[in-house]
Design a protein. Structure first.
Lengths: 178, 178
DNA sequence: ATAAGCATGTAAGAGGTTACATGATTTC
DNA sequence: GAAATCATGTAACCTCTTACATGCTTAT
């Protein structure tokens, strides 16, 4: 989508926590934050380059073994300023939740349509697995509930859990009504 | 996003219900289906053209008043076939739910951060309004619960309601924990 | 008359995915 | 030695938004 380049802020936010390489950033999107934003390495590396050109980031080279090079990026004061401004600014753009599956259902008008059960059960299986995985994550990372020193991380994970719970419940409700 | 062109299927699905103009299709995305997919007229008109070139749609001209022309599109058997195939095909691509606000929270580590309350309350207001609007829609369109002849429509709306309910509850929970 | 809504299109540019491309290091 | 993983980048292509552009019709 031709949006406002939110990726740059996410990268700044992640690096602000601690200096990181492009590779490490890429993997962040496989974890919790991937529940609410995704990006591939092909998008991340050019973005790092741009952010450095604009002096929001700097990097130092590291070497593994004999030859393997790695760029470890750190945030600059200007970068921190940009990040803070983004967080402070009211979030108006409700990034719209696209969901292909729900749309498919929309085009099935008849409650007795034979396709419904299969479709709903297929999704139920997927979301059941996802839900248990997220619940495991939550109890593993925050066994005692909200950690005051990692509150944002806790909030994002608990939101992911309740979002999946809702999806799960909705699918079950729908199945019951058939 | 360089995805699989899902918009074409949505257009086919909407037109399959009854012949429509580009203008009317555009307005569909302001209603319930807009909760799960959005598109602007600048994307819809070219897509209609392409779908007609591929013979999934045909159109007839209508005239309003003296001069104002309107293209009313109908689906062809080939178009219906394509639509059915899309619905039948398992939905794997979990179109990821991007949420700028949740990410901002993620970068606030400290539970006592003074920004948290304002941010959460701002969102709470937005989602409260959205939730009441959706609930009104639901009770207006489906006063007796699931309509067997419009089950898909019912499902999508009830999903939107419970999704917003979850968001609302999560925001309130977060506020309580501060 | 004039503003709001009807109606259809195109152009430029940003965001995002898939595929191409290469090479090093670690683990089995 | 082979496979998995680490590590960085580019190219082609598609999707989507914003802005440009035009003209008609209805309601006030």
């Amino acid at each position: 989508m031709a949006q406002k380049n939110i990726l740059q802020f996410i990268i700044l936010g992640l690096i602000n926590d601690h200096p990181q390489t492009g590779y490490e950033l890429t993997k962040s999107f496989d974890n919790d934050i991937g529940e609410f934003w995704s990006a591939k390495h092909s998008q991340i590396y050019p973005q790092l380059k741009t952010l450095e050109e604009k002096q929001y980031l700097t990097h130092t080279m590291e070497v593994s073994g004999e030859k393997l090079e790695r760029k470890r990026y750190s945030i600059t004061p200007a970068g921190q300023h940009l990040l803070t401004a983004w967080i402070a600014e009211p979030t108006i753009n409700q990034t719209n939740g696209k969901d292909e599956f729900v749309l498919k259902l929309y085009f099935i008008h008849d409650q007795t349509d034979p396709r419904l059960t299969t479709m709903l059960e297929e999704q139920l299986q997927y979301h059941t697995e996802k839900l248990t995985h997220l619940k495991n994550q939550l109890s593993k990372k925050f066994p005692d509930g909200g950690d005051p020193a990692n509150f944002g991380h806790y909030l994002i994970l608990s939101h992911a859990v309740s979002r999946e719970t809702e999806y799960y419940d909705w699918l079950n409700d729908a199945l019951k009504q058939i």
